[in-house]
Write a protein that binds this ligand. Structure first.
Ligand SMILES: C[S@@+](CC[C@H](N)C(=O)[O-])C[C@H]1O[C@@H](n2cnc3c(N)ncnc32)[C@H](O)[C@@H]1O
Length: 358
């Protein structure tokens, strides 16, 4: 297990954006070392509850030890956040007051000499968040066609010299370790560019590809909004422009009513707003935080609040009343209750207290 520490970024800003309150129910989709989770639990006590998820079993172990004092009010799971909705249904953890995504990888993973995330340590080219994933960075580096590799490095690394790098990699294969890859990239495009090591962007590209980071983010964001109760908050911290673009576009789209192309005479999309933007401008770390924790330099925080249309609210309330009636009459048909619970999630609801169907 890694012994380094991970300093959570934008903690006060996150608590503020989530509007953490005593007795609230929260989800940390990227538990990591449990830094944000600890702050949320502290501020939501007494009575706060937290569901923490991380794809990395090592991270969950570390967070579990750190959050031991709150073991009665936490549910910590080793899972992928693409299973967010299924997890919440399984554990009846909905609706919630707030959901946090603090994307990317933690300092623990970066500094763990055996995981292959960094060219500072010589290690096998792995880069998987979870050992249950099949494809490693070595598989990609050694089996992808040169053109596919160049495309991946260009798209996920925003690397302008992707073709040169891919050509050198193809000529040097098999490449098995982080240092072997870093040296190959250095030979392809020369030494340092300012403070940035020439291998930085390629390593980012490989990590994103190995862990399907962008696809998983898109899937999870869609699930997250339907788990939020009325005025529940969704907060996302991203670290590079590819992630931030997805978050920004998702939040903007879901906070707009009609999304028909400009110039369409009457609305044909039928789209309604589910969210309200909290911060129109992205929140970044203060110079003092950046000095203390250089990792926070690239952090961008965006937040939205769940809203519900009048129609949606009445539809959900109707179903809720029916569900309560079902419970009162002692009518227990698991399949029906399951169906009800699902439809409540889909429409979201107006209050936190009455919706729980056991
Ligand atoms: C920046 S760290 C989070 C740090 C955490 N906020 C803290 O305060 O310690 C990001 C974490 O998200 C996890 N992660 C990334 N993608 C994931 C996914 N699709 N599902 C679950 N966890 C994921 C990583 O394993 C990593 O531990």
């Amino acid at each position: 297990m890694a012994t380094h520490t991970h300093i959570p970024v934008l903690v006060d800003e996150t608590l503020n954006a989530l509007q953490v309150q005593p007795g609230g129910r929260y989800i940390d989709c990227t538990l990591g070392a449990g830094g944000h989770a600890a702050a949320i639990l502290e501020q939501s006590s007494p009575g706060g509850q937290l569901l923490g998820i991380d794809a990395d079993p090592e991270a969950v172990k570390i967070a579990r030890a750190r959050l031991e004092a709150y073991s009665g009010s936490t549910l910590l799971l080793n899972d992928n956040f693409t299973n967010l909705e299924a997890i919440c249904i399984k554990y009846d953890f909905l609706p919630v007051h707030g959901i946090l995504f603090d994307l990317g990888l933690s300092s623990l993973q970066l500094n763990d000499g055996s995981r292959g995330f960094s060219f500072q340590h010589d290690a096998p080219l792995d880069m998987r968040f979870s050992p249950s994933q099949e494809v490693t960075a070595a598989d990609i580096v050694n089996t992808f066609a040169e053109s596919k590799l160049a495309y991946l490095i260009k798209t996920y690394g925003e690397e302008r010299q992707s073709r040169q790098i891919a050509r050198h990699i193809a000529n040097q294969r098999p490449i098995k370790t982080t240092l072997q890859l870093a040296r190959t990239i250095e030979r392809a495009i020369g030494g340092r560019r300012g403070k940035i090591h020439p291998a930085t962007k390629t390593f980012q590209a490989l990590r994103i590809a190995v862990n399907h980071e962008l696809e998983h983010l898109e899937v999870a964001l869609k699930q997250a909004i339907n788990l939020l109760g009325f005025e529940g908050r969704l907060v996302v911290i991203s670290y590079h422009s590819l992630e931030d673009r997805i978050v920004k576009q998702f939040m903007q789209q879901e906070s707009r009513g009609c999304i028909c192309p400009p110039g369409t005479p009457t609305c044909i999309c039928g789209h309604t707003a589910h969210l309200k933007l909290i911060n129109k401008r992205v929140i970044t770390a203060s110079p003092a935080e950046v000095q203390l924790n250089p990792r926070s330099r690239s952090a961008k925080l965006r937040a939205v609040e769940r809203i519900i249309t009048k129609d949606g609210y009445y539809k959900a309330a109707e179903k809720m009343c029916f569900a309560v009636e079902v419970r009162a009459n002692g009518w227990r048909r698991p399949s029906l209750l399951k169906k009800l619970r699902r439809s409540l999630i889909c429409d979201s609801i107006g209050t936190f207290s009455t919706v729980y169907i056991n």
